[in-house]
Write a protein of this length. Structure first.
Length: 358
C-alpha cells in the first residue's frame, strides 16, 4: 500500500511537470502503457492471496483512474496553452490598409442603395423585398392595371413561357408588386422601402434590360399628400446633399395611384454639363401618388380605414445624376477600370451622421 501511495505522488508530480503534449505522452506510457508502472502492479495481482488482492485491487484501480484523469486534465490544459500561444503568434492587424492591387470597390448601384436606405431608415422606414419573377396578377392586375390596359404595352414586359392554363409569369417590370405582397402579408400601418432589380425589354444610353428601382409605401389612418411631399422633398435634399434644392411636383398618371405626380429637381445643362441644384431647367427623378383604393382592396386593406402614398424611383438613374456617370450600360459591363473610377471605398458606410459618400 505504501508503494501505491508513493507511486501515486510521483505520477501526480510527473503529470504536473509535463510541459508539452509529448512529455505528457511519455508519462502516460511510463505509468499506464503495456509495461508501465501501474500496469505492472496490476499484473502482480494474480500472484497475491485473496486477502491481499482485496486490499490492493481497489487501490490499484483507483490509482489507475486517478492517473488517467490527471493526464486527461493536463492534456486539455496543455492544448489550451498551445492554442493561446498559436493565436498570439498569428495575430492579424485588421486595421492595416488593404494592398492597393487587392482593394475592391463598391458599385455605384450598391452605394446609392445604401445611401437611400440610410436616409429612409432615418425616417422610420424598413426594407422589404419580393421576387424578381412575378405573376401577371401582382405585376399588373392587383395594381389596377387590368388585362388589355395600355399600360401593359408601355412596360415592355419579358414574359416567361408557361403552361397554357397556368397564370402568365413575367420578370417584374417595377418594384410596385411588392406593395401588394407586403400589404397581404402584414397588417397596416406600413412604412417600407423596396430596393431591387426590375426588367424591361429596352436598351440604349439610359435604359438597360435589367435595372434597379426602389419602391416606397406608407399606409396609415390619416396620411395625405402633405406627408408625401415632405417625405420626398426631405429625401431629395438629403440624397443630393443640397439644402435649397429646387423641386416641383408635376401632375402625372399611374393606374395604381390617384392623384399621381412626378417629382422634378432643379438643374442646369449649361455647356452640355448637367449640374443639379443650379440653373432653371428640370429633371424628373421619381413617380409617386396616393395609393389607389383598388390597390388597397386587392391587398386586403380596407380603404375606408387606411390610406397612404407610394413612390417609385430608378436607382441607376439617380446614381448617374448624383455622380455624373454618363452611360447606364457601363454599369453592367463588369469593366474593372470603370469600377475603379466610379466605385466607392468599401469601408465607408454611408450614414446621415458620417456623410453619405466620400
Ligand atoms: N411603378 C412606377 C414605375 O415603374 C413608379 C411608381 C411607383 C409610381 C409607385 C407611383 C407610385 O414607373
Amino acid at each position: 500500500m505504501q508503494d501505491i501511495d508513493k507511486l501515486s505522488e510521483e505520477l501526480a508530480a510527473a503529470v504536473a511537470a509535463a510541459e508539452d503534449l509529448e512529455a505528457l505522452e511519455e508519462v502516460r506510457i511510463r505509468a499506464l502503457g503495456r509495461k508501465g508502472q501501474v500496469t505492472s502492479l496490476m499484473k502482480g495481482l494474480g500472484s497475491m492471496t485473496a486477502d491481499e488482492r482485496k486490499m490492493a485491487g481497489p487501490a490499484l484501480n483507483a490509482l489507475k483512474d486517478r492517473v488517467g484523469s490527471a493526464i486527461e486534465a493536463r492534456r486539455e490544459a496543455l492544448k489550451d496553452l498551445e492554442l493561446e500561444a498559436r493565436l498570439a503568434g498569428e495575430s492579424l492587424d485588421l486595421s492595416l490598409p488593404v494592398r492597393p492591387q487587392n482593394a475592391g470597390r463598391i458599385h455605384p448601384v450598391s452605394q446609392v442603395t445604401d445611401e437611400l436606405t440610410a436616409i429612409f431608415a432615418d425616417m422610420g422606414f424598413t426594407v422589404a423585398e419580393g421576387p424578381d419573377v412575378e405573376t401577371d396578377f401582382y405585376n399588373f392586375t392587383a395594381l389596377n392595371i387590368p388585362p388589355e390596359h395600355p399600360a401593359r404595352q408601355m412596360h415592355d414586359t419579358f414574359y416567361l413561357e408557361s403552361a397554357p392554363d397556368a397564370e402568365a409569369m413575367c420578370l417584374r417590370t417595377h418594384t410596385s408588386p411588392v406593395q401588394i405582397r407586403h400589404m397581404q402579408a402584414e397588417p397596416p400601418p406600413h412604412r417600407i422601402i423596396v430596393p431591387g432589380r426590375t426588367y424591361r425589354c429596352d436598351s440604349d444610353q439610359t435604359h438597360t434590360p435589367m435595372f434597379h428601382q426602389v419602391e416606397g409605401l406608407v399606409i396609415d389612418r390619416d396620411i395625405h399628400m402633405g406627408h408625401l411631399k415632405g417625405c420626398l422633398e426631405g429625401f431629395a435634399r438629403a440624397f443630393f446633399e443640397i439644402d435649397n434644392l429646387r423641386m416641383r411636383f408635376r401632375p402625372s398618371h399611374f393606374p395604381f395611384t390617384e392623384p399621381s405626380a412626378e417629382l422634378d429637381i432643379g438643374c442646369s445643362y449649361e455647356g452640355g454639363e448637367l449640374r443639379i441644384g443650379e440653373g432653371d431647367d428640370w429633371l424628373e427623378i421619381l413617380g409617386c401618388g396616393m395609393v389607389h383604393p383598388h390597390v388597397l382592396e386587392y391587398s386586403g386593406v380596407d380603404p375606408a380605414e387606411w390610406q397612404g402614398f407610394a413612390f417609385g424611383m430608378g436607382i441607376d438613374r439617380i446614381a448617374m445624376l448624383k455622380y455624373g456617370i454618363p452611360d447606364l450600360r457601363a454599369f453592367f459591363d463588369c469593366d474593372l477600370r470603370w469600377l475603379e473610377h466610379y466605385g466607392f471605398a468599401p469601408a465607408d458606410q454611408p450614414s446621415l451622421a458620417g456623410g453619405l459618400a466620400r
